[in-house]
Design a protein around this ligand. Sequence first.
Ligand SMILES: NC(=O)c1ccc[n+]([C@@H]2O[C@H](COP(=O)([O-])OP(=O)(O)OC[C@H]3O[C@@H](n4cnc5c(N)ncnc54)[C@H](OP(=O)(O)O)[C@@H]3O)[C@@H](O)[C@H]2O)c1
Length: 252
Amino acid sequence: MKYAVITGASKGLGEAIAKRLINEQIAIISVSRTENEEIRGLAIAKGIDYTHYSCNLSLETEIQEVFMEIAHSIFQKNPNEILLFNNAGVIDPIQTVGNLDQTPIIRNIQVNLIAPILITNLFFSKAQVTNTKVLVINITSGAAVRSIEGWSVYCSAKAGLNMFTQTAAIEQAELKTTNKIIAFSPGVMDTSMQETIRSSSENAFKELEKFKELKEKSLLLQAEVVANSLVDLILSDEMESGQIYRINDLLN
Ligand SMILES: NC(=O)c1ccc[n+]([C@@H]2O[C@H](COP(=O)([O-])OP(=O)(O)OC[C@H]3O[C@@H](n4cnc5c(N)ncnc54)[C@H](OP(=O)(O)O)[C@@H]3O)[C@@H](O)[C@H]2O)c1
């Protein structure tokens, strides 16, 4: 039996990944602050094992508590493989440096960077003692490698996530484990994160008009298309640990 743990499965890319994996008969553990009832319904209809855990990933204590419980429950079932999608993300604060508020800065780094590090660390540690294969998929962004004015915190968190991915991959290779860890850059998708971006101010975000145009001209990718390409890569077993994959490379 394969299990997939997906953070941020309540909407956007996480929701699309969960739906595709249910159709692939993979058991789902969903983690976010709110639950998506459609996913629960789909899992029940297809007879797939599904559990939702409510967790605020900006709070370290909640992460520790919830993920200890998740790890305890799935590793003891001796799964063939665990897929861990560190997908939950936040774009805020959108603001220039010097005008940022402290709380959203900390929340952004907690959700986008610290949570994936804590969860991956816990899962690799459990994998060592149970001999379970863990595949970690960290959802990154083009903003990890391109400086975007107004997005300094988001760019920094995603750049950190790329480096964490590459470093952990080298370590796993050195240890000769079967675990793999990749990052995946999904491109610009038509999700609620883009709504947040379009509702920011031009003073805070220089590229605002460009992003509004992407929506007006229907140039945003659909989350389902992105999720399908990512899941195809994972299920093909061709994913190379330490790689930072980009959606455009998979679609072409
Ligand atoms: N959309 C894009 O154009 C784009 C581009 C590049 C990269 N990405 C990356 O793709 C990933 C998915 O983004 P998306 O566009 O699908 O975003 P989205 O539609 O805004 O969904 C974000 C998800 O993250 C969860 N989340 C946010 N804050 C959380 C918190 N404090 N605790 C727990 N869960 C939290 C949300 O769940 P709840 O609200 O229910 O908690 C939601 O399920 C992110 O990592 C994002 O950085 C997106």
